[in-house]
Unconditional design. Sequence first.
Length: 278
Amino acid sequence: MTFRRIGTLAISLLVTASLALLTAPSASTLEGVTEVCRFSDKRFTEISGMTYSQVHRDVLYLHNDSSGGPYVYAVSARTCRTLATLTIRGIEARDIEAIGSGRDRKGRAILWIADIGDNRDSWPEVRLHRVREPAVLRDRSLKPRTYRFTYPDRPHNAEAILSDPARPRVWVVTKQTARGGVYELPEVMSTKGRHTARRVGDAGAFVTDASVRPDGRQFAVRDYVDALVYDGLPLGRNPQRVYLPLQLQGEAVTWTSDGSALLVASEQDDRLLRVVVP
């Protein structure tokens, strides 16, 4: 979420979240937190979403916030060096807020790109784009399959998705002040027409990103201060709290390739940080 395009209400919500950050521990005071590297690509102005590659070890895919255009960047999870720029052809890129790794029905690695931001809770529909993960990392243009959907009650702002790494299943986690919701999309969707997501559970406040572990055994849901890690797939069980390092407007989270730790990034910070999950 960017400051320049949001209304008075949204600004007040961000102020509330920023005040919570004042009580959060810094990276230097947290055990199990290390700086992996720093992003130097000047195009990374507002890192909003991030996911691991299922094809290339120690590679991340990330994107900027709503002003970033239809671009996804492949980046080394060891050096933060940009490896490729992927242009998603023919999409509006209205407010892309999340990205996830998955598999299609044939078992091929795919990326889900979620244009689900809605700061005014007003869009009659939002969009989920699906592309094949490239076998070779180079600058290229990818043609997506686009699925349109809405919510059963009313429009919602959302900045997080959870994607099953083994099957074409996606859950959207909405971003709200007191309590968000977890909405499941149909496993079989058509690019024609509009689908309705099904509410299956609740989430915490100010959820900014989420990610399923590469082996599907756990998933993490983060806000500006910390993360909850659950066993299994949504809705999960046995939640444990993992404190995240202080990052102003910390929005992105994913897992390392081996699933041993979380990686976090921020719209206002060039560090890629590794957080051990107990």
